[in-house]
Ligand binder design. Structure first.
Ligand SMILES: [Fe+2]
Length: 297
């Protein structure tokens, strides 16, 4: 099913101007999502509300360091709720999902794979400071190492995507990934090919959904119902969000490397900066260096 993107977020409004320059007005018109936003923005301008335009056009995409931290207390709440949601859907996480920070300090070299492959919890707001609208919770269950051909050459994640909670437009240089709706609401995915310059192309996008090849227009959205999946090859720009309810999303992919293999259309950090206002409930994959002191027994 192809639908118009139903989502509105403030950063997208700021992005419209930049993307118009990048892909041109003709491309913009082919994208129902952008037309929706563009028309809203234009109406505001037509109404003489220049303050609105100024506010968004001047807003820096990457905020100052004082604005872009996530509080640990917020992360704890997000993880606790996600843990319940995942269990409610009959999906069970591996034991290390529930190791406490204290337990981590007792672990030895036998858990090196968890640390080195960045398995475990991952909560990001892409340093935009608005997790509810631009954010993602992930748990990496298994992974290999791009630089080690002897390692497993696959990865698996489970993710939680809320209604209208956007994961910004990006592609991967190396990773092909299957994104799977494991249950809950619908998952909406907007698609573009990449140009050689890594901007949004205006060409049709051919992808596979559950083994069925299909072609959509640049900027069209594919909606995955529970049980459905899509294969996203390298260099295929994608952006996604939930509709109709929180979505439990699976990812089965080639080796995942979030340090080097994410090309966001707008320059965004993949991991959030954290303000440690309380102790962690469970560690994020970016916390291991602080807590994990392997003891050779
Ligand atoms: Fe992706």
């Amino acid at each position: 099913m192809i639908v118009n993107a139903p989502v509105v977020d403030a950063d997208k409004v700021a992005r419209i101007g930049r993307e118009r320059q990048a892909v041109g007005t003709a491309d913009l018109k082919r994208s129902a999502a952008f037309i929706l936003e563009y028309n809203r923005r234009k109406k505001r301008l037509d109404d003489g509300n220049l303050a609105w335009d100024h506010q968004f056009s001047q807003k820096p995409f990457l905020r100052s360091s004082s604005e872009k931290t996530m509080k640990r207390s917020e992360i704890n709440i997000i993880i606790r709720e996600a843990d319940d949601f995942i269990r409610t859907h009959g999906f069970h996480l591996p034991p290390f999902a529930h190791w406490t920070p204290n337990e981590w300090t007792t672990k030895g070299p036998e858990v090196r794979e968890i640390v080195d492959r960045k398995l475990g919890w991952d909560v990001t707001d892409f340093n935009l400071g608005d997790y509810r609208h631009t954010g993602l919770l992930l748990f990496t269950i298994r992974n290999g190492n791009l630089r080690d051909p002897e390692s497993k050459q696959y990865a698996e994640k489970i993710m939680l995507v809320d209604v209208d909670q956007v994961t910004p437009m990006h592609f991967h240089w190396h990773k092909t990934e299957d994104i799977i709706n494991r249950g809950g609401g619908q998952l909406v995915i907007q698609l573009y090919n990449s140009t050689p310059e890594e901007t949004l192309a205006d060409t049709d996008v051919t992808i596979s959904t559950d083994g069925v090849q299909r072609t959509v227009k640049a900027g069209d959205c594919v909606v995955l119902e529970p049980g459905e999946s899509i294969t996203l090859p390298a260099f295929c720009y994608h952006k996604f969000w939930g509709a109709g309810g929180k979505v439990l999303v699976g990812e089965v992919s080639a080796v995942n490397d979030d340090d080097t293999d994410n090309r966001f259309l707008e320059r965004l950090p993949r991991f959030s900066s954290i303000e440690e206002d309380v102790a962690p409930l469970y560690l994020l994959c970016t916390d291991y260096a602080k807590y994990y002191r392997p003891i050779v027994r």
